[in-house]
Design a protein around this ligand. Structure first.
Ligand code: GAP
Length: 453
């Protein structure tokens, strides 16, 4: 059953994203460019943490995966062979009354009659195929011969470089090639904040195997990917695995799972895990006349490898992380009066800033100097934020709202004024429990190494 939508919650999340510098509308001061988003100082850190962790899990921690970084501009022959030039399209309908351009599946049906979801009128054009690829021209000429496309998925450059990478990496099947990068689709209706954008990033793995391993590896990668989401703070209970029915699957795929998440606007796809058979390599082999076969030294067999592809969206996962982390609770203000606290409970691994560092008073040079010493001690290991302005409770709230998991306060005990035994200790506050513990400054790097692992 799909989760109910929560418009109010989503509005609060979008507003927080702008207010605190996670995500801004692209070209905002010019009225905005629909379907494009800019990540601000905190958004870019969150996004990097996600991509780095994916790379660490998928490439660095494995013996059987190598990475690549392909170009965005793509030769049209590549996308003709892959089927994108012919078939990467959505059926599109226009409403003659309100002039809305709609994807055919967005029409509403009342008493068996299709209506425009915007104005409710029924004067609609017949569906026509709309190719989602962005076309551009390379070089000075702007004719048929100079057409290139902005890649609609990162996968194709992996297939096209398969032979080169196989040769240089000397991997044996099964092995994978991973890539993180931008993809572009001229979506008819970008919507739900960053969820459906025209420019977005993907984290894709093409895991090549023998034909008989395909179905088993499809299961394996589905489970690996579910573990990944749990490791970044998205609980299993919020994830749903949809087995894509035969009639909705690409004709060449022998099995596809969609990993879905309960967003505030409903249950939607985060990632696809597909067994694409040998379709892509075979297509490129046919189109180029160059062998993309694998030679098995042991069995002396030569064949085109099959592939299982976990393909995740960076922007969708960032959005899921923010939606999952957003909560409101009650916490006492300076005077002990309860107030609403907005918290982003990011997993510490994903949090843009790991630790806020505060001198209790900004006009006490000793406190300030000590706090800056702590900053210098921790900065080489993690992102920290120094803040000396406002009451300490306000400073905690500001960090809670951006998801900083830890806060360090340098106070008079740190200076040894009350008890010499407490000299060079600080309070370490936990964002979620709001509990504070007293720890020695010299122990901080080791404490964080353990808590941020
Ligand atoms: N190579 C396979 C492929 O591209 P896809 O299901 O079309 O498959 C994979 O895309 C993932 O890319 C999706 O699960 C989603 O996370 C992300 N994605 C696709 N279109 C997107 C869009 N318009 N905006 C944001 N993310 C998108």
């Amino acid at each position: 059953m799909s989760a109910p939508s929560d418009t109010q919650r989503m509005e609060k999340i979008v507003s927080l994203c702008k207010r605190r510098g996670f995500v801004f509308q692209s070209s905002e001061i010019y009225g905005g460019l629909n379907g494009a988003w800019d990540y601000g100082p905190l958004g870019v850190e969150l996004k990097r943490n996600l991509k780095n962790y994916w790379w660490q899990m998928t490439v660095h921690e494995r013996d059987d995966v190598v990475g690549m970084d392909g170009s965005i501009l793509t030769h049209p022959a590549v996308l003709r062979a892959s089927g994108h030039v012919e078939g990467f399209s959505d059926p599109m309908i226009d409403c003659r009354t309100c002039k809305a351009h709609l994807r055919a599946d967005q029409l509403v049906e009342k008493k068996g009659v299709k209506q425009c979801p915007n104005c409710g009128e029924k004067d609609l054009t017949a569906p026509r195929q709309f190719n989602l690829m962005f076309e551009t021209h390379v070089g000075a000429a702007t004719d048929e011969s100079s057409i290139a496309y902005l890649r609609p998925e990162t996968a194709q450059s992996i297939f096209v470089q398969f032979k080169n990478i196989l040769e240089v990496s000397r991997k044996k099947l099964p092995f994978g090639i991973a890539q993180v990068g931008k993809a572009f689709r001229n979506e008819i209706n970008p919507r739900n904040f960053t969820f459906r954008s025209r420019e977005f990033e993907q984290m894709e793995l093409e895991y090549f195997c023998r034909p008989e391993q395909g179905m088993e590896l499809l299961e394996y990668w589905k489970e690996e990917r579910l573990k990944f989401y749990e490791n970044i703070g998205i609980p299993r209970s919020k994830l749903h695995v949809l087995t894509v029915p035969d009639e909705e699957r690409a004709f060449y795929s022998k099995g596809t799972y969609d990993i879905e998440y309960d967003f505030p606007f409903g249950r939607q796809e985060l990632e696809g895990v597909a067994y694409r058979t040998d379709y892509d390599l075979s297509q490129h082999q046919k189109a180029t006349g160059k062998s993309l076969e694998y030679f098995d030294e042991e069995t002396k067999q030569r064949f085109v490898p099959h592939v299982v592809e976990p393909s995740a969206g960076v922007d969708r996962t960032v959005l899921a992380l923010i939606c999952e982390a957003y909560s409101e609770d009650q916490a006492p203000d300076e005077k002990g009066k309860m107030e609403t606290r907005v918290v982003l409970s990011f997993h510490p691994r994903m949090a843009p800033i790991k630790c806020g560092i505060f001198p209790l008073l900004k006009n006490n040079p000793q406190l300030v100097a000590k706090a800056k010493e702590v900053v210098a001690l921790l900065r080489p290991h993690m992102t920290v934020f120094y803040d000396e302005s406002g009451a300490i409770g306000r400073r905690y709230r500001r960090q809670d709202e951006i998801g900083t998991p830890f806060g360090i306060t340098v106070d008079f005990e740190t200076l040894g004024e009350k008890d010499p035994a407490l000299r060079d200790t600080v309070t370490l506050r936990d964002r979620d429990s709001m509990k504070q513990e007293r720890v020695a400054i010299k122990d901080l790097p080791a404490i964080f190494r353990e808590r941020l692992a």
